[in-house]
Structures are given as C-alpha cells and as structure tokens.
Design a protein around this ligand. Sequence first.
Ligand SMILES: C[S@@+](CC[C@H](N)C(=O)[O-])C[C@H]1O[C@@H](n2cnc3c(N)ncnc32)[C@H](O)[C@@H]1O
Length: 248
Amino acid sequence: MVTSKGDTEKQAFLRDKLIKGAKDEANIYITNIFSVLKPKSKLVDIGCGTAHITQELARQYKNASFVGLDISKAMINLAKNNTQELTNIKLVQADGLELPFQSSEFDIVINRLADYSPKEVYRILKKGGYFFECGLGPDADREIAEFFPDRYEEENFFLPKDPANWKKEVVEEIGTFGFCDIKIEDHKSKDYYKNKEEIMDLIEMVPLVKNFDRVKDNIKLQEFVDRYNEKEGIGITWHFYILVARKL
Ligand SMILES: C[S@@+](CC[C@H](N)C(=O)[O-])C[C@H]1O[C@@H](n2cnc3c(N)ncnc32)[C@H](O)[C@@H]1O
C-alpha cells in the first residue's frame, strides 16, 4: 500500500516553480538519455517528481512509452497536470523501493535525485538495457551547508565516506548489483537566484535547513544574501553526477 510518503504538496509546488524558472536545469542528463532512446523504447522514471524529464523525452519520442513513478500523491497530481497533452506517459503512484513492474520490462530506467533500489532497477531492466542516475556531488549547495553548519539537513544528501574517491565509491556500489559498463561523470557550476524569496523556496523545497522559518529566519537570510551575492545573482553551487550502467 502506498502511504503519504515522499514530497508534500508544498514541496511539489516549490519544485515545479523552481524547475520552470530554471530552463536548462537538467539538459546534460536529458541529452545523455536521448543518446540511447529509440523510437519504440519503454522507459520508467523512478521518483519522477513533476515529470519534467519524462515530459521532455516523451514530447520528442511520440511512439516510445514512458512511465513516471513517484510515491507522493501531490507529485503525481502535479505530474498529471504537466503532461496532460501527452498520451505516451503513464503516471503511477508507487514506492521506488518495490517496483510494481514485471522483470525485464524496460529498456531504460532513469532516476534523478530520488530514492530507489538498485536491485529492483536491475530486475525490471531488459538484457542490454540502460540505467541512468543523476545524483548529487559532495559540493552541492555548499554555501547553504557553510552558512548553516548546525542546521544543515545532512540526511537529505549523499555524503561520501571518502571525499577524494567519491565517484569510485558510487561506481563500486552499483557494480555490486550486477550492472556492467558503468560510467560516471560529474558537473559543477553555479546556479544564480534572483532574490531572498528564491533562496527560501530552495531551502524549503529540499528541505535544506532544519526548522527553517521564513519569518524567524528572515534577518539571517539577508546576511546570507549579502554574503553570496554576485554580479549574476545569489550564487549556489550545483554539483551533480550522471551515472550510466547496463544490464548485459
Ligand atoms: C528531489 S525530488 C526529484 C524529482 C525529480 N526526479 C526531479 O528530478 O525533479 C525527489 C522525488 O522522489 C520522490 N520519492 C521519495 N521517496 C520515494 C520513493 N520511496 N519512491 C518513489 N518516489 C520517491 C519524492 O516524492 C520526490 O518527488
């Protein structure tokens, strides 16, 4: 049975708002997936959130079939709204740790910043199928972690045991589930936020800071803005990796 786990209605609203405001947000990831997508592929996005990735893929591959899965009812409702015009996307509310699919059902499984089970991904992939994972690198949102050292929500993040070898750690872990041809690349850049409101949206969306309160933390947030303000806006480090693996 699916309970009300996963992102709340407020998080879903904020994620949708931030994604729609940041046009090129997942471009590199999407380009990687396009490189193996075929006209009749069957793909599932685990923890699809607002379905912005699946939506982009489904628009260009009208004969391929796409499933967006998320445990959150609020996210699935939002995803349905975002993809109304696409008949090749099915949205399912289910737990990414126990996938409601047959073994060897999909050509491609994707996951971006969401809970999943590598064992389940391996099970539902066809032989020759691809798994794409987009996860956070250790420097993601570094400025928030620096500014709120005691209130940073560390459990929301992947923290490498050995920061010098974190990519090796990720590859080795996925390898234990039987995947082959594993490749990983990381990308680091800055995202620029226009104002304090947008930083508050980001903090609440993840959430990044324990007991964050827009009113009580207002003055502290102004200090944050003053410290990290640059010519282009308030700069926050965006560090992610893209992992590709195959079931052979
Ligand atoms: C950080 S958001 C990422 C959403 C989307 N993949 C994206 O790139 O924007 C994480 C998503 O994972 C979902 N989620 C959390 N736990 C989950 C689980 N056990 N199974 C499926 N989805 C889950 C949340 O509801 C949320 O939509």
